[in-house]
Structures are given as structure tokens and as C-alpha cells.
Design a protein around this ligand. Structure first.
Ligand code: ZN
Ligand code: ZN
Length: 413
């Protein structure tokens, strides 16, 4: 049994190597800004360690390296260095770094995960559905293996967070030009947003932490003087206007009964009247409009909801790290076989990874699918499969094999 499993695994590995090789044989890629001042890192095989501290003088060398070595994963540094190939981080001579944001559904709770995600504790064997916990709830082990999928609903959440981050925060609040901001599909369950600008280059960890806090709405406190609250106008800048708009949208989109439930209010005769009053005041947009009594109570509760809705769910560890290795756009993600690809802001809304990021669109392959929920791939519905031999498009086969959900049987190439 063990031998069979090993054979199957090595069959899978050589299959993946072969299709990846095909991909990199025609690869041109698009160099990141100042590509020769960056550190590159690769993971060549599943059991292999990460090869770090690579640097390239010309983009052709990068292409050559990929063609020759066919890595499963490729990364480059957000940082610019004087000596990017120096093996010691201190000897690299840090010059600056791009500002990077990571929006990953792994870290965002979506209700659909209770349907399509599973995890298993490698120590006690407990299996459960939904988001994997930090530690096993039975034995407290941290050795948890998750089986995750990226459904249409997860994709919607990731897209929405990305558009919000770029349009509302980076462009509107911080004033970056759209040219300085690029969006990259991470190859799995989210997007990376890169800001390449001289203004951010020199920012230290503390400054980047402040940016993260701003974007995540951390530390927003609501002060009310003499039980009166101040209403910002709808067109105010930054978080003031964002909160005003958020509350306005919330109050206008809900029936009063729903609002009472949502905000945890006690039903009272004046609620409807107060809600109308807040809407009216926001529409009038006076600079110093105040609320008191029940209206201020509704306002404060609605503000909490508005912050939760308007804040942006980014991974703070990525943004605050000034020497981060991030996936190199154009390379393949070894856990999915999908392309880590740049997307224009206007294309995020219609971006479909299971069509646009598929590297292998032709040919079919016979695989034994161990487990797969129903998914739409290359515009067609597939599955659900449970330990079945099926013929699927090469791109889907690669996806399933890379994510350990299938075993290659017979290649119909
Ligand atoms: Zn356990
Ligand atoms: Zn989902």
C-alpha cells in the first residue's frame, strides 16, 4: 500500500514537473520595478527547501533560471537592496521596500467555508468542517492540516476587499495614482496589492503598522461630549466620511425591524422617527450637526456596524514586513497550478481565477479525484467527485494534483 502511494505521488510530481516545464519554456514574464535590486527565492520540489538570496542582472537570466529549474513556487522581495544576493540579511544593504497588502480568504471568515472547507488534526485525528482553528479543540495540537476550496462566494469577498482597499484607501485617502498600484491574483485564495512609489519606499515597520491600522479601522474611538454626538457630513474625507456614508447606507437599506435586530436596540415608539432624523441630518451635510438621546444611541450602534463593513481585511504581517518575499507575478502557484497574475483594477470585478488564471487550457487528462466539491472550471461545472476516475481538462487536473486532491492515471495528451 505504502509503495503504491509513493509511486502515485512520484507519478504526480513528475507530471506536474512536465506541465510546469512546458509553461516556463514559453515564459516571458514582466519584470517588477528595479528587478535587479531584488532578492529572488524559489521552491523547486515538494521536499526541497527554499532557495534564497538569488539575484539576477538581466531579465533573461530570470527566464533562463525558470526554464532550467522549473520551480513549484517563485518569489521576489518587496525590498530593494544594494547586494540582493548577499546571504546575510544585514549585508544586503536595504534601500527601501514596496508597500504590500495581502487579502487572503484564509484569514477571512466566509460562511461558505462551513460547507466546503475541512481540517484534520495530525495528532489526534479529529476532523471538522469550516475554518481551521489555531489549535486543535480536542488535543491542543498546532499540527493542523486544512483542505480548503475557493468558491464563488469566497472570490466575491476577496474581490470586494481588494476593490475597497485600492479605490477607497490607496487612491482616495492616500492619493496614490492608479499607476503606482498593481493588483495580483495570489494563485490561490486572494489578491496581493503592490504599491511601488518613492513615497512609501523608505517607510519603516512602525509607519507601515500605522497604515495597516488605518485601513483596518483599528483604534477608532467614538467620543461623545455631554451625551451629544457629532455627525460628520457625507462628503467628509477619510474615516469621517466613510462612517457617515456607511451609516447612511445601512439606515437606508434596512427595514426598521431588521435594524432593531441588527443593532440590538430595544423597540420603542421613537426609533423610526430618530432613524429618519439621522438620515435627514446626514443629507443636509452640516459640519456641526449633533444628535442626542435615542438618536445618538442609534447612531453609535450604527457606526460600529459601518466600521465593520467599511474596514478592510488585510494581513498585517505582510504589510509590516519590510523584507517580505512575495510571489513573482507570472509564475505558477505550486499548490494550485494557477498563474500568479496581474489584473487591472477595472478587471477585478469580473476576474475568474478558474478561467483567467488557468495556464493549461487545452487537452484532457484522466485522474482519480480523491475529493472535490462541485466547481466551475473553464466555464463548465465539474463534480462533486469522491474517489472517482474521471477525465478532466488538463488545467483542472493540474489544480487537483497540485492541491493533493487527485492522482494522475493516464494522460490523454
Ligand atoms: Zn487534535
Ligand atoms: Zn467559499
Amino acid at each position: 500500500m505504502r509503495e503504491r502511494l509513493d509511486n502515485e505521488k512520484s507519478g504526480n510530481e513528475s507530471f506536474v514537473k512536465r506541465v510546469f516545464k512546458e509553461y516556463y519554456s514559453k515564459w516571458y514574464g514582466e519584470p517588477p520595478k528595479n528587478y535587479n535590486m531584488r532578492e529572488y527565492a524559489f521552491i523547486i520540489s515538494r521536499k526541497g527547501d527554499m532557495i534564497r538570496h538569488k539575484a539576477f542582472e538581466s531579465w533573461d537570466e530570470v527566464r533562463e533560471f525558470l526554464r532550467k529549474n522549473v520551480p513549484l513556487h517563485g518569489f521576489y522581495s518587496s525590498a530593494y537592496y544594494l547586494q540582493p544576493s548577499a546571504p546575510d540579511m544585514d549585508a544586503k544593504g536595504w534601500i527601501g521596500a514596496d508597500l504590500i497588502f495581502d487579502i487572503d480568504v484564509d484569514h477571512i471568515h466566509t460562511p461558505c467555508k462551513d460547507v466546503h472547507d475541512k481540517w484534520v488534526c495530525l495528532d489526534c485525528g479529529v476532523v471538522d468542517k469550516g475554518m481551521p482553528p489555531e489549535v486543535c479543540h480536542r488535543c491542543s495540537s498546532k499540527r493542523i492540516e486544512a483542505k480548503t476550496w475557493f468558491c464563488e462566494k469566497c472570490l466575491d469577498v476577496a474581490r470586494e476587499e481588494t476593490i475597497k482597499l485600492v479605490e477607497d484607501y490607496l487612491i482616495q485617502d492616500f492619493g496614490f495614482s492608479p499607476k503606482e498600484v498593481s493588483i495580483v491574483f495570489s494563485g490561490r485564495r486572494g489578491f496581493h496589492v503592490h504599491v511601488e512609489s518613492d513615497i512609501v519606499k523608505g517607510l519603516d515597520q512602525r509607519a507601515r503598522r500605522e497604515i495597516v491600522d488605518y485601513v483596518k479601522g483599528v483604534g477608532l474611538t467614538l467620543t461623545s461630549k455631554k451625551r451629544k454626538v457629532l455627525l460628520p457630513p457625507l462628503n467628509a474625507g477619510g474615516w469621517h466620511g466613510r462612517i457617515a456614508k456607511g451609516v447612511y447606507e445601512l439606515l437606508n437599506s434596512c427595514q426598521v425591524d431588521d435594524l432593531i435586530r441588527l443593532l440590538g436596540l430595544k423597540r420603542g415608539p421613537q426609533i423610526e422617527e430618530n432613524v429618519r432624523e439621522i438620515i435627514k441630518r446626514l443629507e443636509e451635510g452640516k459640519r456641526c450637526s449633533t444628535l442626542s438621546g435615542m438618536a445618538s444611541k442609534i447612531w453609535l450602534k450604527a457606526v460600529e456596524k459601518a466600521i465593520a463593513y467599511k474596514r478592510c481585511e488585510v494581513d498585517e504581517r505582510v504589510t509590516t514586513d519590510i523584507k517580505r518575499l512575495i510571489r513573482l507575478p507570472g509564475t505558477l502557484h505550486g499548490g494550485t497550478g494557477l498563474i500568479v497574475m496581474r489584473i487591472g483594477l477595472k478587471d477585478v470585478e469580473t476576474f475568474d481565477p478558474y478561467t483567467h488564471a488557468v495556464a493549461f487550457k487545452r487537452d484532457y487528462v484522466k485522474v482519480r479525484v480523491l475529493n472535490m466539491p462541485k466547481i466551475t472550471f473553464l466555464g463548465q461545472e465539474w463534480g462533486p467527485y469522491d474517489n472517482e476516475v474521471v477525465e478532466v481538462p488538463l488545467g483542472l487536473a493540474v489544480y487537483l494534483i497540485c492541491s493533493d486532491n487527485a492522482i494522475v492515471i493516464d494522460e490523454v495528451l
